[in-house]
Write a protein that binds this ligand. Sequence first.
Ligand code: MV4
Length: 454
Amino acid sequence: MFRKVLIANRGEIALRVIRACRELDIATVAVFSEADRDSLHVRLADESVCIGPPPSAQSYNHIARLISAAEVTGADAIHPGYGFLSENAHFVEVATSCGFTFIGPTPEMIRRMGDKSEAKRTMRAAGLPMVPGSDGEVADVDEAVSLAKGIGFPVIVKASAGGGGRGMRIAWDERQLRAGFGIAQAEAGAAFSNSAVYLEKYIVKPRHIEFQLFGDGEGNVVHLGERECSVQRNHQKLIEEAPSSILTPEQRASVGAMAARGAATIGYRNAGTMEFLMDQDGSFYFMEMNTRIQVEHPVTEEVTGIDLVKEQLKVAAGEKMSFRQEDVTWRGHAIECRINAEDFEHGFRPSPGKITYWYKPGGPGLRVDSHVYGGYTVPPYYDSMIGKLIAYGKDRAEACRRMEIALEEMIVEGVKTTIPFHRIALAHPRFKAGDIDTRFVEELLKERAGAPAA
Ligand code: MV4
């Protein structure tokens, strides 16, 4: 096992990794920008190194500074967390060539899954169900139109180098496709320095259901079931839960097995997530694969009892995974609410500043993953998430009730938070019934504004 791990991240995920390292008796090195001196990840790590000024380009995304910090502290491995450099194949190559173990997949796996049309080609070959669409890139607008006529409108044009909702354009008819195709290519070129795009049938009001995978890099890939992530706004998830209330055990087993088989075809190593869309008929379609630990991993941990971050550390250190597929069982229900320093009454605008008072809820079945405390100042430079509440219960109703109580109990003063949004969402009859899709938040906000939901 590693002696010392450097955590190339900040906030709650840095703290999460520190806690996993502690359990495994691994020493930890925190890195921090000048804006993060007072963050709990800095206080709780064994050592810490300031890596630069607040902008992430000069700190958390600065490869040379991170490598220097690992060198001066004598770390033997680097955990990237999520975001920042966690899916940057070049960072993995640099870290590896400098003698550090990257706690994650190989650069080849990151590149293959990072190119979304290549990922689709790979997973189609592995037999995963696909939305009707182009086989790889679409070269020009005439090819797009002829494909779309075969598939049927509406269609969606996506950037190959995009992902997570970036670089997409919907066309409801030929005219819109002809007008938008070139723009989509140009936008992709500007945003990702890669103008390649591909085409899919557009699924109206899908659910976002993703499967947690874990691979050992030797061809063994296990699935840990799904997470329902449809409650999101502008591609930012707000609430996630496990299991999805709409899936049958048979569907879980069959989609999960397909996902695991797909990841096994690339010999996947590390925690990974396969994102699917579920259409209104209940059919699943592979969308993309993320090759990192995700924000919402705790709901899976709660229902499976498996510590995904400890498992990442073990596999990266060359140990065996501690479970096989037949060992994975699911019990109860877990739900996560992301607490962001945002003013939901004003379009979720960021609300950085000093937290003058912080009271975090507790009690049976409640987990709080957060790096903040009373007196902490939320810097304006990064993601606005200040913590996650994770409620567990024997069933969905109990988990939701515990979450409602936690949201009521929690007190955050000095900054606006998403707590009021969560209270409204959890009280909504549609949420209570599990009737959620990717337009739920938009429709809820419209309803509150007094306009009829579309
Ligand atoms: C789609 C789609 C409808 N049809 N693809 C957005 C994130 C990216 N991973 C895939 N996304 C979508 N792809 C087809 N063919 C609708 C979305 C989408 C979405 C997906 C998941 C969660 C929220 C979403 C919000 C808007 C659009």
